[in-house]
Design a protein around this ligand. Structure first.
Ligand code: FAD
Ligand code: FMN
Length: 605
């Protein structure tokens, strides 16, 4: 059946071209795009093993309307868009240009066959807006899709796979002809080979070595615990030296930080694969027939030029703490020799087995390294190049920049060290925050880059209200220090106790004394641990502040930043209460209007 549902006779010469175009902020959509390419590539014509799809993966920043019309309007071509959501229901930066083009008044028809997959989080009000908008707009432009948009939700027990897996099955059923199959028992194809001598031209699919200009190795120059040592919460003020650096940022932007693995995880990996430690350095080369595969450019900045040792790979490339999905079990199943173990993996790989898989992995937050150790007899049978399929690559973590751009010698971030106990009572340490706090030494170089934040600055003349409890205060410190003489600005800060985690409190108090800032702080616990008040309680106590702003000709900008949870909702309810208190009718609509105009911005993480 073809996309429109009509029967089509497909010969091998009518293999299909499949473009998977992704728009991402933190890399998930890129991973999903590669996963789709891999899955598509596994369909072959029954008798000849020729691949049915010729997949291609591109970032949406590399695509224009013209490119789509010239290359992808064809009965044997289809496009899958994978787009994540950022800010408040916004398109990721790499997608904005194409979206602007698609919305242009004189844009021509784009009659492609497509499917749209959205990555989002139903915790947010504007859930998966970009994918929904993209689906609607493409249909207006004469593109056809056999399905509704696929909405993947971080809140699903199985993460994005919860919606993606059944959706892809439907896509393949609609798009793959009957004389093509995928053999669930065949060994998945590895994307990379390991070779001992450099192979000219082969290494990067004949493309020049990728470069990653934005990533720099910067020296950690400060790692100061700002929470009291007796307190269970550990928050660090961390600084990187930026003298002679090309890192550029505005107040409100974030620093992306690459961590190494914890030494104990690296040791456990080598306990499992002792022979790898003594292997000579090798070159990682992508398999030429997989045109979409490349080696992520950042690896060359983090690990240096090839060849790489296994020590480097285990320390810097593999993310041992990531939680494995179905694909990892498909690979393990391929190499398992014990029939009982094979059967177990079979169960995890079937759509009906998703709950069992969830209970084994996501539920207790079991890491890929723990899975390999649990199934060590199978794990040791996995060939080294398949470890690059089994273990995801380390991703950078985002931290709001807490220092202003005018302080050019350093970049500061405020890091809450993640630590929790799983439902199996296992202690978990946040990969990046814990590594920065405990293992990274002063003077050590760390891979970092700056990225545009989702908080947009107000105009020069404005009333600015900033609400940032805990580490949520970080971007506001940058904004305030950069604009000391600008704006009528007020900061609402919340901490547990003034003696424990009064982040930057003294600095802000000094600004108050100089008339540069209005500062309101809530302390949530007294010395006996009893509940006191939160930032939202402070807001409702300030009707006079808000009424004076309302009569002023200057616009009001409200910013909220902090951990996702109840706080952003409670703050909004408090805003509605205080607006109603000062006589504003339909406060809810007023706030909705402010959101639409970008005058009420929320950053949750
Ligand atoms: C734009 C942006 C700005 C940010 N700014 C800051 C900032 O200024 N300061 C800051 O500290 N953080 C900030 N963060 C969050 C920071 O990136 C994350 O906290 C990061 O995940 C920590 O990384 P990690 O590697 O230490 O933890 P990871 O190893 O990635 O572990 C974090 C994951 O563990 C899980 N987890 C955490 N706690 C629990 C629990 N109790 N139970 C079960 N599972 C749990 C969650 O799935 C969470 O995603 C920001 C995030 C974004 C997107
Ligand atoms: C700062 C931030 C803002 C977000 N805003 C939204 C949102 O408004 N709506 C939504 O559905 N998801 C939102 N999300 C969730 C992401 O879209 C989701 O985690 C996605 O998997 C990220 O994909 P990416 O890594 O490809 O960018 C947000 C995530 C972050 C970190």
């Amino acid at each position: 059946m073809d996309a429109a549902g009509s029967a089509s006779v497909t010969t091998e010469s009518s293999s299909a071209d499949l473009l998977i175009a992704f728009g991402t902020t933190t890399g998930t959509a890129r991973d999903v795009a590669h996963r789709i390419a891999r899955e598509a590539y596994s369909f072959t014509f029954e008798n000849s093993y020729t691949h049915y799809f010729r997949p291609r993966v591109l970032s949406m920043k590399e695509i224009s309307v013209n490119y789509l019309i010239s290359n992808w309007v064809n009965k044997n071509a289809m496009v899958i868009f994978v787009v994540s959501t950022t800010g408040q229901g916004e398109f990721p930066d790499d997608t904005k240009e194409l979206w602007r083009e698609l919305c242009g008044k004189s844009v021509p028809a784009v009659p492609i066959r497509f499917a749209a997959i959205g990555l989002g989080d139903s915790f947010y009000e504007m859930y998966n807006y970009p994918a929904k908008k993209l689906q609607n707009r493409l249909k207006q432009l004469s593109a056809t899709s056999p399905f509704e948009v696929c909405l993947c939700d971080d809140q699903h027990d199985c993460g994005y796979a919860g919606a993606l897996n059944p959706y892809l099955e439907r896509c393949w059923r609609a798009w793959v002809p009957e004389n093509c199959t995928t053999n669930p028992d065949s060994v998945p194809v590895a994307r990379y080979n390991l070779v001992n001598i450099p192979v000219p031209g082969l290494q990067f699919n004949n493309q020049p070595r990728p470069t990653c200009d934005k990533l720099e190795q910067r020296m950690m120059i400060r790692n100061e615990r700002v929470t009291d040592f007796d307190n269970f919460e550990d928050t660090r003020l961390i600084a990187f030296d930026t003298t002679n650096s090309n890192l550029n940022f505005q107040a409100g932007d974030v620093l992306q930080v690459f961590a190494d693995n914890f030494p104990d995880n690296v040791q456990n990996f080598f306990k499992l694969y002792p022979q790898l430690r003594d292997q000579p350095p090798f070159y990682l080369v992508s398999v030429r027939s997989m045109r979409w595969v490349s080696i992520p450019a950042e690896l060359f900045e983090l690990c240096g030029p090839q060849p790489w040792t296994w020590e480097t790979v285990a320390t810097k490339i593999f993310d041992f703490q990531s939680i494995p999905g179905v694909y990892a079990f498909q690979i393990l199943r391929s190499f398992a020799t014990d029939p009982l173990i094979k059967e177990k993996f079979d169960e995890y790989c079937r759509p009906e087995g998703l709950d069992d898989l969830y209970n084994y992995t996501n539920g207790p937050r079991r890491t890929i390294l723990e899975v390999l150790l649990d199934f060590r007899n199978t794990a040791v049978l996995v060939p080294p190049n398949y470890l690059f399929e089994l273990i995801p690559f380390m991703r950078p973590r985002a931290f709001s920049i807490a220092s202003p751009p005018c302080e050019t010698q350093h970049i500061e971030i405020l890091v809450a060290v993640v630590e929790y106990t799983t439902n199996l009572k296992t202690r978990r340490r946040g990969t990046c925050s814990h590594w920065l706090a405990e293992y990274c030494q002063i003077g050590q170089k760390v891979g970092v880059f700056c990225e545009k934040g989702s908080l947009r600055p107000p105009p020069n003349d404005a009333h600015v209200i900033m609400i940032g409890p805990g580490t949520g205060v970080a971007p506001f410190r940058s904004m305030i220090k950069q604009n000391l003489d600008k704006w009528d600005k007020h900061l609402f800060f919340g901490c547990r106790n003034k003696n424990i985690d009064f982040n930057f409190g003294q600095e802000f108090n000094e600004m108050v004394e100089k008339g540069q800032l209005g500062f309101y702080h809530a302390v949530s616990r007294d010395s006996a641990g009893r509940k006191l008040e939160y930032v939202q309680d402070l807001i409702v106590k300030q009707p006079n502040l808000f009424s004076s702003m309302m009569v002023s000709p200057l616009p009001i900008y409200i910013y909220v930043c902090g951990r996702a949870g109840q706080m952003p909702k409670d703050v909004r309810a408090a805003m509605q209460t205080v607006f109603s208190k000062i006589g504003i009718n339909a406060a809810k609509h007023v706030i909705n209007g402010m959101i639409e105009q970008g005058r009420y911005q929320v950053l949750m993480y």
